[in-house]
Design a protein around this ligand. Structure first.
Ligand code: UD1
Length: 340
């Protein structure tokens, strides 16, 4: 069985990817420092999988610890590198924390396994496009000046990986530019676990609907969009998880060499107000919301052209916004009934 290191494997996207890897016949080895995840997710994964996946608590910023890891788990064929800080606002307030964590971990990992013929999947983001000039945005659209240190870490990490490949390193690398991952596994055993007040739309909605928050503010209704609210390409986290398996399979092809990048979205834009309506319609649960001012740094609208990922990775998102809302709600109710 091919062994895949999954850094950040107890996080939101990481945990869902662990499930898809096992279903596809891979052996995931979870690495997580538990800085933004919960150890009980390991038990939840055990319930879903029917066995306990291998887990190591490692801080990837600790160079010696990562070297030890690469020595003790040397027989991996791939690495999926999720582990990173991802809160845009926090990154503006604490840039060094973001640059330190997101770069040290990436460089330590690449160095520790350097020389091995590994397939490396990097978690990038559509944030690299800023506000694109043309929609849907394709992978060859220009990368825009980053709006936050978080976004900058994604842009620079993509450059680091490309420079490494250009230097003749033995790795194969795919960067996946995620659009907006939401939803949860159909078992409602794993899902998004925001620490503190959620910054992202869907967890804010589910926490409001369950009574943890008073009200959702829709950040602006005066944008140049059909209903005035911002538009994003929301993608179900299970579809996103499957894209990682597709990326590994693509890299396993002899013909693939070097570096490639893919948009991972649905190819459809959905406005904030449409998300609010979809949640209320699908779950039958109404919650308090109102229109507020725009949020600093928000792009008006972005959704992805997914032609390349469909044709080359032979992967396509299948789950719609209603399924995303229903599964996110089932997860919120599950953790309210049985806190982790
Ligand atoms: C952004 C980045 C994404 C990054 C993510 C990390 C872009 C285009 N996307 O996502 O790459 O991975 O941050 O957190 O830069 N909204 C409300 N009320 C709320 C919360 C959000 O109206 O309480 C709106 C926002 O204005 C936005 C949409 O909902 O239009 C989605 O927001 P959010 O979930 O925070 O994700 P992005 O900002 O799109």
């Amino acid at each position: 069985m091919k062994k895949i290191l999954v850094t950040g494997g107890l996080g939101f996207i990481g945990s869902h990817t662990v499930v898809e890897l096992v279903q596809a016949g891979y052996e995931p080895v979870i690495i997580d420092d538990l800085s933004n995840s919960h150890i009980s997710i390991l038990d939840q994964l055990t319930t879903i999988l029917g066995f306990k996946p291998q887990f190591h608590q490692v801080d990837l910023c600790d160079e010696a610890a990562v070297k030890n890891l690469a020595t003790s788990i040397a027989d991996v064929t791939g690495i999926i590198h999720f582990a990173a800080f991802k809160a845009v606002g926090e990154s503006v307030a604490h840039p060094l924390k973001y640059y330190r964590n997101n770069f040290y971990s990436l460089i330590n990992l690449l160095n520790a396994y350097y020389g091995k013929p590994l397939n490396f999947v990097f978690s990038s983001s559509c944030t690299v496009y800023g506000q694109p000039d043309n929609l849907p945005v394709t992978e060859d659209a220009p990368v825009k000046a980053a709006q936050s240190p978080y976004g900058n870490t994604k842009q620079i990490a993509e450059e680091i990986l490309q420079d490494m490949i250009a230097s003749g390193a033995n790795y194969k690398v795919v960067s996946l530019r995620y659009f907006n991952p939401v939803g949860a596994h159909k078992s409602a055993l794993i899902g998004e676990l925001p620490i503190g007040v959620p910054q992202n739309l869907v967890p804010f909605i589910t926490q409001t609907a369950i009574g943890k928050r008073e009200k959702v503010t829709v950040f602006g209704n005066d944008y140049n969009t059909p209903d005035g609210s911002c538009i994003r390409d929301y993608i179900h986290v299970v579809d996103l998880a499957k894209a990682h398996v597709a990326a590994l399979k693509y890299m396993e092809e002899e013909s693939f060499k070097g570096y490639d990048v893919f948009n991972i979205g649905t190819g459809k834009g959905t406005s904030v107000l449409e998300v609010v309506n979809a949640f209320e319609r699908t779950t039958g649960v109404k919650f308090a919301w109102s229109i507020g001012p725009r949020r600093d740094g928000d792009v008006e609208q972005v959704w992805g052209d997914v032609t390349k990922s469909t044709e080359v990775l032979k992967w396509k998102a299948e789950l719609d916004v209603d399924t995303m809302m229903a599964s996110a709600w089932e997860w919120e109710k599950a953790i309210a009934n049985k806190p982790l």
